[in-house]
Ligand binder design. Structure first.
Ligand code: HEM
Ligand code: VT2
Length: 481
């Protein structure tokens, strides 16, 4: 390596480099090499020199990089464009993505959220009634499979509107599965290869996009009779700054992108939540008591306003995302040599940059007893409260507007499950609403515990694009009388 490049992780074979050790368990790989080299080091990932920049300053370096220095679409487009479709997200200039995020964000209003809570509650209750795996008063269930179904129904109905939800019968669900097959890290390399899953992906993308485009035509014909407050309706009526209306195919492709985003992130997170509640049944009991105390023993149907009155219910999602963030590696291409502040390193354009916000989220310097899943740590006076809260240093987080509203730069924060800066997530509030409603509804129906009654937790599968629990992950459920 040149004198001013970061240290290179030792590896035996060129091209393969550290791909396998990294790919099997990224967090361990990051932690072990951080101990050796500090917050900035380089490793070879499928023949590409990849420089990791960790800790709050590393997160800032990568996530708040200037447009002239770092590029997301160059890395991600090979993976996302065949799945989402052309002209959206990473298949267009960043300025166009910023406008698309503005359209998406405008549709995610409080008024829309108010209508989503009963929709999601109903989908969850209905699912538990219909699902064969939950038919007995008690039993064992493979929870990730069930949560994948619950999230696709709740997300498609709320985010995509009832017409698409009703089309999510067997056919669309099967097509969604084929689309999903193309959403794998192997396609960072083999996206072009005429492999069976890539042909299925391409057929599914065309078919799903056509279903959406037919629905757009259907709804346009309905005119004012169509009262639903969903994303599709809003995107159909959006116009770019240069005056052009969003074309139907771009609406369809953005809807697929949002479906994929929402599905993978929420089904992984909700699976981890349920596994953690089975690991710690007393927390599930506390959640139930919190609702009884705040909403009354008759537990009236959940409303949007109720969610803000259930702090432990909210803390469950925060704590689960702290230890189980679905996106463990955020990557950028380097477009011009980048000096790393406070070091002598200059990252050349031949490298890829990688941010791993999850590493600082389990750093004892910021989170005492970091590996403990302790939702109470988010209460201010808890012994495990994050350092930033304990010092009551309420950083007036720097905010910046990239064209889709003010977002926190998050530059000093050790907890960034939704990213930060230009590419920050716009689905955070929807995800929290969806997950909080699913959890609040579930604790009303069931008590969970590990099948063996112990307090172990299953391992993580890092081989797919979003880290998620290894499967099958069985838990024991018992109907709450
Ligand atoms: C627990 C749930 C979720 C988590 C943890 C999550 C996480 C993230 C992260 C880390 C990023 C930044 C990616 C990068 O910088 O390369 C991101 C971006 C994004 N997410 Fe999410 N997300 C979640 C749910 C959602 C949902 C429900 C939607 C849509 C309704 C969504 C849509 C997006 C979009 C459009 C971006 C912008 C990508 C860009 O600007 O390059 N996400 N998300
Ligand atoms: N051999 C081997 C071998 C090698 C390596 C490995 C493991 O290596 C890696 C490396 C990097 C990554 C990156 C994850 C990654 C990035 C981007 C996206 C995304 F773009 F898709 C997303 O952000 C997703 N998203 C956002 N919010 N919710 N979902 C998104 C944005 C907008 C949008 F509209 C829709 C979206 F859904 N998704 C996932 C995963 C695994 C294993 C094996």
């Amino acid at each position: 390596t040149n004198s001013n490049e970061p240290p290179l992780v030792f590896h035996w074979f060129p091209f393969i480099g550290s791909t396998v050790t990294y790919g099997m368990d990224p967090p361990t790989f990051f932690k072990e090499n951080r101990a050796k080299f500090g917050d900035v080091f380089t490793f070879v990932l499928l023949g590409k020199k990849t420089t990791v920049a960790m800790g709050p300053s590393g997160n800032d370096f990568v996530l708040n990089g200037k447009l002239k220095d770092v590029c997301a679409e160059e890395i991600y487009t090979v993976l996302t464009t065949p799945v989402f479709g052309k002209d959206v997200v990473y298949d267009c200039p960043n300025a166009k993505l910023m406008e698309q995020k503005k359209f998406m964000k405008i549709a995610l209003t409080t008024e829309a959220f108010r209508s989503y809570v009963p929709i999601i509650s109903h989908e969850v209750t209905d699912y538990f009634k219909r699902c064969a795996d939950f038919k007995g008063k008690s039993g064992v269930v493979d929870i990730p499979k069930r949560m994948a179904e619950i999230t696709i129904f709740t997300a498609s109905h709320a985010l995509q509107g009832s017409i698409i939800r009703n089309k999510f019968d067997v056919s669309l669900a099967a097509l969604y599965h084929d689309l999903d097959m193309g959403f794998t890290p192997v396609n960072f390399m083999l996206h072009w290869a005429p492999l069976p899953w890539n042909r299925k992906r391409d057929h599914a993308q065309r078919t799903v996009a056509k279903t959406y485009m037919d629905t757009i035509v259907e709804r346009r014909a309905m005119g004012d009779a169509d009262k639903e407050l969903d994303m599709m309706k809003h995107l159909m009526n959006s116009t770019y700054k240069n005056g052009t209306k969003v074309p139907d195919h771009e609406v369809a492709h953005m809807m697929i992108a949002l479906l994929m985003a929402g599905q993978h992130s929420s089904s992984s997170t909700s699976s981890w939540i349920m596994l953690r509640l089975a690991q710690y049944p007393h927390i599930m009991e506390e959640l139930y008591q919190e609702q009884v105390k705040v909403l009354g023993a008759d537990l009236p149907p959940l409303k949007y306003e109720d969610l803000a009155k259930l702090p432990l219910n909210q803390a469950i999602i925060k704590e689960t995302l702290r230890l189980h963030a679905p996106i463990h590696s955020i990557m950028r291409a380097v477009k011009s040599p980048m000096p790393v502040p406070g070091t002598k390193y200059v990252i050349p354009t031949s490298h890829t940059l990688l941010a791993a916000p999850g590493v600082s989220a389990s750093d004892p310097a910021y989170f005492p007893n970091p590996d403990a899943w302790d939702p109470h740590r988010w209460e201010v006076d808890s012994p495990n409260a994050p350092t930033i809260i304990r010092n009551a240093v309420v950083e007036d987080e720097e905010k910046i507007d990239y064209g889709y509203g003010l977002v926190s730069k998050g530059s000093a924060s050790p907890y960034l499950p939704f990213g930060a800066g230009r590419h920050r997530c716009i689905g955070e509030h929807f995800a929290n609403l969806q997950l909080q409603t699913i959890v609040a509804e579930t604790v009303r129906h069931y008590k969970f515990r590990n099948v063996d009654g112990g307090n172990t937790l299953i391992g993580t599968d890092y081989a797919s694009l979003f880290s998620r629990p290894l499967e099958p992950a069985n838990i024991h459920y018992e109907e709450r009388d």
